[in-house]
Design a protein around this ligand. Structure first.
Ligand code: CDP
Length: 249
């Protein structure tokens, strides 16, 4: 899928910080929050919806993955919350589909399964989540934002115009992730992926800080056996029902 024009994103400091006027303006920018467990299809849905709406996109998992990757690279213990929070505050760039850190393109490195597991371990720390909160909110810019993750609708954008909670059976999620990783030349077995996904779900849903959960006002979308295009169409229909229309070119 081609990246939408509006998707060029830099991890800039929060443009609204300390500026009440533009903070108010940002709050009126529509947000579509797409949350759900590992490999539920939320990233594919968010990407497709953002492309049609010509909205910006935030893949919030990439921020946690980047902290995890930095921790693994620097041998920072995954339970050292202050050190991990310092890593979360380091600069990085998110341009269309590429992530650049320290001058290196780390896009592929972030998708490894070692990084997935470490990401859910760094994500349990409130200090790490706090260090990333304003960075995530800074992605909210006109004409709109589609954000995917675990706590987009519950914590980061509680006033999102539309909240969708995407689910799918664990077996189907493992099969999807297996296909994605094999296509990228990463070798991994289906059984180990299923175990990893279930362990990550349990950790993400069981933590006390911003656990994986559907917001009370979220629409649940079960994508088991549903093609990506149909899920994207379903979310676009929900957008239309809430007055969220594609931005003009
Ligand atoms: O793509 P996948 O669902 O496998 O993972 P991801 O969205 O890239 O997120 C990786 C990990 O980051 C998750 O297992 C969560 O522990 C954490 N995460 C989080 O805590 N909050 C978010 N908003 C996004 C990700």
């Amino acid at each position: 899928m081609t990246a939408p024009k509006a998707s060029t994103r830099a991890m800039a400091p929060n443009p609204t910080a300390g500026d009440g006027g533009s903070a108010h303006a940002a709050a009126t920018v529509p947000v579509v929050a797409v949350d759900g467990p590992a490999a539920s299809g939320k990233g594919t849905i968010a990407e497709g919806v953002a492309a049609v709406l010509r909205f910006h996109r935030l893949d919030s998992g990439a921020l946690y993955r980047l902290v995890a990757w930095r921790a693994l690279e620097s041998a920072t213990p995954l339970d050292d919350a202050p050190a991990l929070a310092a890593l979360a505050r380091l600069d990085a760039r998110f341009d269309a589909d590429r992530v650049t850190a320290g001058g290196h393109d780390v896009t592929a490195a972030l998708r490894g399964e070692d990084v997935s597991a470490a990401a859910s371990r760094v994500a349990v720390h409130p200090a790490v989540r706090a260090a990333l909160t304003e960075r995530q909110r800074a992605f909210r810019r006109p004409p709109g934002l589609v954000a995917d993750g675990r706590d987009m609708g519950t914590v980061i954008f509680p006033d999102a115009r539309l909240k969708v909670f995407v689910t799918a059976s664990p077996a189907e999620r493992a099969a999807r992730r297996h296909k994605q990783l094999i296509a990228k030349g990463i070798s991994v077995t289906l059984e180990s992926l299923l175990r990893e996904i279930e362990a990550r779900d349990a950790r993400d849903a069981g933590r006390s800080a911003a656990p994986l959960a559907a917001a009370p006002d979220a629409v649940t979308l079960d994508t088991t056996g549903v093609a990506p295009g149909a899920s994207i169409a379903a979310v676009l229909e929900l957008c239309r029902a809430r007055g969220i229309e594609p931005a003009r070119e």
